[in-house]
Write a protein that binds this ligand. Structure first.
Ligand code: HEM
Length: 126
């Protein structure tokens, strides 16, 4: 059984994405990054992306992850905040820890494509 089926399929993914964005968009550490984003569109992409990433039938047709985040200056700390909200949402909705770990392991390798603002870039060029 895929993680997608195990957590309850499309209804579960929808609930996760809704609660996840409710948290993210009210978190002062990261909410500014989402200013000007069409949240309904973002949620629909995110449902497809997460669904596909955990073995669901969705076809994700959005931009590739690196291009979607390229101009957002996302730091490692931002990434940790976002993943933290996802993990907390999954736990709150009763997803067993073993599946949360599997979802985390699926998304963790994307850090390198999403984080573009690091200590090295913060140092002014001479
Ligand atoms: C595992 C982590 C993440 C995944 C899987 C992910 C996935 C996605 C996907 C699928 C999209 C839609 C792409 C499209 O529009 O075609 C998106 C857009 C976006 N993401 Fe992420 N993301 C992650 C982390 C983050 C982080 C850490 C931030 C900022 C704190 C962020 C901010 C945004 C914003 C603002 C957009 C909208 C960009 C736009 O509409 O121009 N994401 N993300």
């Amino acid at each position: 059984m895929s993680v997608y089926e195990a957590i309850g399929g499309s209804g579960a993914v929808r609930a996760v994405v809704d609660q996840f964005y409710a948290r993210v968009l009210t978190d002062s550490r990261v909410q500014d990054i989402f200013k000007g984003t069409d949240v309904a569109r973002l949620k629909s992409h995110q449902r497809a992306f997460i669904g596909a990433a955990i073995g669901g039938p969705q076809l994700y047709t959005g931009r590739d992850v690196a291009s979607a985040h390229a101009s957002l200056h996302i730091t490692d700390a931002d990434f940790d905040v976002i993943v933290g909200h996802l993990v907390d949402t999954l736990a709150e909705l009763g997803v067993p820890a073993e599946y949360i770990a599997q979802i985390g392991a699926t998304l963790a390798p994307l850090r390198g494509q999403i984080v573009t603002q690091g200590a090295a870039e913060a140092v002014p060029a001479i």
